[in-house]
Design a protein around this ligand. Structure first.
Ligand code: AMP
Length: 526
């Protein structure tokens, strides 16, 4: 029976939990209230008819959070009167099976009535409901100008879902880039306590982005639709070749699209990816986006054009040699080493020197949100004071782990790290650099090694520093425990980005690994 907890019979310890489906706010809230405890909740909002694109969002949520909720709701208020609300594909049984296979914990599939959006009811009509209206500057271009009210409908339903579920992280596809930028802005403007994760667009081998609406296309149209991505790629080639003018880049896309008879362009726009305001040229970053009709099916696609030096993001478990390798790679390539560890240490130093109780997270949050951190060629300054040496003391080492596990500390530092990344040209290491801090990094490496190898290296280090009175077995156990904790911690859990290249360093020297990364980098920037 679905929706129940199964226990394997007899003495087996394995517990299999089937996906629970809720159709009411009360049922869902009650379930989450009991299940939440100390767990993190990941939310994947969808309109159902789940495909491979949705699956990738769900998989990211599964790796990052403890309880995954997928909402399936064909939101009437985001459809304009002439759009396909009635015929939008609905396959709840199939979606449920897919969610079950992916290990989703909860599906929330309410009716429009439950969401206060019934068309014909006096008590819960969508007509006079409260709505969340995104800034006009963000809705007056791209899809917004052709779909009046659409983003108000999206903003309203997403805000409702956030309030009902209180997720820690919510996952959205970059395919709907305008939606993603608007949701990020709403969360910031309304101080909604959720992290927004943008996930890369998943495409068919032809380049066509997966979409529930692809079901409307005939096989021949599916082939024809790949021209959307091809035209964007053409513009990207020109951009990489030095073209920066919006008019020229848009013309390249339009010309390519016009070469296909059945394609009817609705718009080709080039805007700032964050504010969505039109650009005349791309100095730093641009969102190049298309909407076009193929028959009566409306398709959208986009790419980000980045005019900055590349970023290398190196993640991986403790003891795989990340910091040494990262420093070497930065040196050899003449890039900046974004020493995130030093940043966390500097904050720890400041806390220790501020007479703040180390358990007083609120006071630490106040302190950190006003801090001025500056990485210098030789080290690091905090509030103008050079602390390069001071952050290496045993006292800082003893407390850095606890301080950096605090959400407020992490949020403040991720912002700082991202601002360093704006111009590119950096190498950074950590646990969620490729997944969260720099999801658009040109090269993502996941540096790892077997537990045995890491234990062996650690023992070697300890022997060299005269502290070798511990067994390899003990070290292996410690490392396993730390890996588990690192991958399950609430903030910045260790994880491999789906597009990261894994390097297993067993049997490799620091020089081998550095050389490997540099070769990969040259591939990327060639
Ligand atoms: P929808 O069901 O169309 O509202 O989509 C639900 C979520 O899945 C949105 O955040 C979309 O951006 C995302 N999504 C849809 N298609 C793709 C795709 N091909 N790749 C990645 N994400 C996608």
């Amino acid at each position: 029976m679905k929706g129940e907890i199964f226990y394997y019979p007899s003495n087996s310890q394995i517990e299999v939990v089937a996906v629970r489906l809720f159709t009411t706010v009360a049922g869902l809230r009650s379930h989450l209230k009991h299940q939440r405890q100390n767990k993190t909740i990941g939310l994947v909002p969808t309109m159902g008819a789940l495909h491979i694109g949705h699956q990738s969002l769900i998989k990211s949520a599964k790796t990052e959070t403890d309880l995954v909720v997928v909402s399936i709701f064909v939101n009437p208020i985001q459809f304009t009167p002439t759009e396909d609300l009635q015929k939008y594909p609905r396959h709840l049984a199939q979606d449920r099976q897919l969610c079950e296979n992916l290990g989703v914990d909860v599906i929330f599939a309410p009716s429009p009535e439950i969401m206060g959006m019934a068309e014909d009811s006096n008590t819960s009509s969508s007509e006079d409901m409260t709505r969340v209206i995104p800034p006009a500057t963000m809705t007056s271009h791209l899809c917004g100008q052709f779909r009046p009210g659409h983003f108000t409908g999206v903003a309203t339903i997403v805000t409702k879902l956030f309030n009902i579920i209180n997720p820690d992280i919510a996952y959205f596809g970059e395919k709907d880039a305008q939606q993603l930028a608007i949701i990020r802005r709403i969360v910031e403007d309304l101080n909604i306590p959720v992290e927004i994760r943008g996930c890369p667009t998943i495409r068919e081998p032809s380049g066509l982005a997966y979409s529930s609406r692809n079901q409307y296309l005939t096989p021949q149209q599916q082939e024809q639709a790949s021209i959307l991505y091809q035209s964007l790629q053409r513009a990207k080639q020109a951009f990489l070749g030095g073209e920066r003018e919006t008019a020229s880049l848009i013309k390249i896309v339009e010309q390519e699209l016009s070469s296909s008879d059945p394609i009817n362009i609705q718009y080709v726009n080039l805007v700032d990816p964050k504010t969505l305001t039109p650009l005349t040229r791309v100095d730093h970053a641009g969102l190049l986006a298309i909407a076009a009709y193929l028959g009566s099916t409306r398709l959208i696609d986009n790419i980000i054009l980045l005019n900055r030096k590349p970023i290398i993001a190196i993640d991986g478990p403790a003891g795989a040699g990340k910091s040494t390798v990262t420093r070497r790679v930065a040196q050899e390539l003449g890039l900046m080493y974004l020493d995130t560890g030093a940043m966390y240490r500097a904050i720890t130093w400041l806390v220790l020197n501020s007479n703040i109780n180390l358990e007083d997270e609120a006071a630490i949050a106040e302190l950190v949100s006003q801090v001025n951190l500056e990485l210098t060629p030789k080290g690091i300054k905090i509030n103008g004071e050079d602390v390069t040496e001071a952050i290496r003391t045993l006292q800082v080492t003893a407390h850095v782990s606890a301080i950096s596990a605090m959400e407020s500390v992490r949020q403040a530092l991720v912002k700082q790290q991202q601002s360093y990344g704006q111009k590119g040209g950096i190498v950074a290491e950590g646990r969620d650099i490729g997944t969260h801090v720099f999801p658009n990094a040109e090269l993502k490496i996941f540096l790892t090694a077997s537990v045995q190898e890491r234990a062996r290296r650690r023992l070697q280090d300890l022997i060299e520093s005269g502290q070798g009175d511990i067994t390899v077995n003990q070290l292996e156990q410690d490392i396993q425990l730390r890996d588990y904790r690192d991958s399950h911690r609430k903030f910045a859990p260790l994880q491999k980005a789906t597009d990261a290249i894994e390097i297993i360093t067993d049997g490799l020297t620091i020089e081998d690994v550095t050389a490997k990364i540099i070769t990969l980098y040259r591939e990327v920037v060639k």
